[in-house]
Design a protein around this ligand. Sequence first.
Ligand code: NAP
Length: 482
Amino acid sequence: MTRIVVAGAGMAGLLSAIKLQEAGITDLAVYEKADRLGGTWRENTYPGVACDVPSHLYRYSFAPNPEWSHLFAPGEEIQSYLEDVADRFEVEKYISYDTEIARMEWCDGHWSIETTDGRRDVADFVIAATGVLHHPSYPDIDGLDSFDGALFHSARFDHSVPLEGKRVGIVGTGSTAIQMTGALVGSVGDLHLFQRTAQWILPVPNRPIDEADKAHYREDPTAMQAVRDEMSATFEQNFANAVIDAASEQVQIIQQLCEANLNDTVIDPDLRERLRPTYQAACKRLILSGDFYDAIQRPNAHLVTERIERIEPSGIRTTDGVLHQLDVIVLATGFRVDRFMRPIEVVGRNGVSLDDVWAQRPSAYLAVSIPDFPNLFMLNGPNGPVGNFSLIDVAEHQLSYVMQLMAEVTEGRAAEVSASHQAAERFEADRVEAAKKTIWVTGCRSWYLDDRGIPAAWPWTMTHFRERMARPDLADYDLITR
Ligand code: NAP
């Protein structure tokens, strides 16, 4: 019997359990380090958290949801959706909570797995469904530990800290900070937003989906599918395919929409200029928001563009000497994007360590397989379409591809399968070349860029991604028989 271990019970881990069970593979263990499933949506509970992919696209293809409340679902609704899907498809029985994989080693044709609490397992395959943005990045700011008030990262939001009427500082202006600003400005005393780099904002209000539409979707799932397909085509054409071609007309349109949003909405010319980025729209991850500019123009909102010098017991001091007195500081400073399945210690064929292979930067053939790490596959691994599309959709395509590779083993045609070095090198060279055309290299700093300044993401169209994921080219794999 084939035994499969899945690392992580987030969106991709649940998907794996559902699809493997459906394929008759039930010797399955999903190890989850936390005490609840949900991944990103379990960990990110900051006020205003929502997905910036439309809800009807951010759902499993086999579990459409007529109940989404908004165009962009709030985080807790996505968390409930994932819990509901796990329940409906009866996969929670495979999950071991509070169980973190510490180490896995390929030996004698199997993965030998150890958890941090000393448990052991042996698996024919491992699927790393460990997520992308899950290790908070703490900024290197002097005095971080000296603050007298409450200070926490946005992905570790401390809901026990009262915010009503308080002086709250938010560090960062990524999607997280922008969402939080809109959600908090109405209830806190003063909100200080510490901006290191201005952001382009595409004006997309998060409109509620009305009851009549939900009833219609409930009664007629094909109508819901049609809405989904239309959104998918629009999103793909106007965004996903646009960002990979800096010269495209759609990118110019995005630029114009963002400029008009800034020029038409922000009244004070000084504030407007301080909010104006100096790079092209969509170079950094584009922010969708219908309320940020209104929020930052409230009398109790303060945009701070002077650099942070240090954190002191009573607040944040900027380089102009001003001390911004605060009760609470939220670090919306993003994530360490090069971790993937690490800190798991992974040892592949002939004692090769993943930390050594990824010492310079993480990479994977077609984002799913690493040479010398047989029968180990990743969902949403390095070099995938992380910045372009619904990651659920991406994971579904990847899993279907991975299951075809696993069939080479389960149906007896091979004992081990992993990408060949040659294929991985060719893929990387092609990817680096294609990345030169993308909007991500047009002069901004962002988490999409690796240590060389090359985008780590998939630089081709989603159509190309789907084509590559439709069927593995076995010539690109080392298939070893015993
Ligand atoms: P992020 O996009 O990486 O933004 C981090 C912010 O912190 C940036 O503004 C960065 O400034 C700033 N920062 C970092 N270190 C700093 C320092 N030492 N001093 C001052 N500022 C500092 O992180 P995020 O907002 O958490 O978002 C991460 C990703 O998660 C997003 O890009 C998106 O993919 C996803 N996300 C999506 C949603 C959504 O669905 N709407 C919501 C939240 C997150 P610089 O720009 O100058 O580097």
